[in-house]
Design a protein around this ligand. Structure first.
Ligand SMILES: [Zn+2]
Length: 179
């Protein structure tokens, strides 16, 4: 196996009317989109195919944050199929946990292994169980991870060099998973 010709869903968390967590003028939705773009380009450079849930500052038309996320799940299920992995990019709050999350109790095949590969790339940090619609309610039975890349209060998240490093870690983890 290799990452070449694999189909990867890269979900830039939040967007549009739903910025996610914020700190001053910094908004989660902007950082997740920037890292998404770097991950997308690097994956394509490795010969993978990338499904993106958004390319701009867009939401999914929900009337509140929860409905918007459910609409995002519907969008994934309606538009993407037979993909090999899904990664959802996020930043956490100023006291939130950083690292890869998998869906607790009934995570799909390979999710924990992919989370482990990401955790290794991020410096052997722990992985966590969570309960997220983007992992739970998307149809494909494949490795799925929601990644809290950092905390919104960490100033470096706006730096291109940090975003490059983060995206390298994500792509390297995917390459190791599909090695
Ligand atoms: Zn988020």
């Amino acid at each position: 196996m290799s990452i070449r010709n694999k189909y990867i869903v890269v979900d830039a968390g939040h967007g549009g009317s739903y910025p996610g967590t914020t700190s001053g003028g910094r908004q989660e939705k902007d950082i997740t989109l920037d890292v998404h773009t770097k991950v997308r380009n690097k994956l394509k450079g490795e010969g993978a195919f990338v499904y993106s849930t958004r390319f701009g500052d867009d939401d999914f038309g929900g009337s509140d944050d929860a409905e918007d996320i459910n609409n995002r799940v519907d969008y994934v299920n309606a538009n993407f199929s037979n993909y090999d992995a899904l990664i959802s990019l996020h930043l956490n709050t100023y006291r939130g946990i950083v690292g890869p999350f998998t869906q607790s109790s009934y995570g799909t095949a390979g999710s924990q292994a992919l989370a482990n590969d990401i955790a290794v790339e991020m410096g052997h940090i722990p992985t966590h169980d969570g309960n997220f619609a983007i992992l739970r309610d998307t149809d494909e039975d494949c490795p799925k991870v929601l990644l809290e890349m950092a905390r919104i209060t960490q100033g470096q998240v706006e730096n291109s060099s940090w975003q490059d490093e983060m995206s390298d870690e994500i792509v390297n983890a995917l390459k190791n998973y599909f090695i």
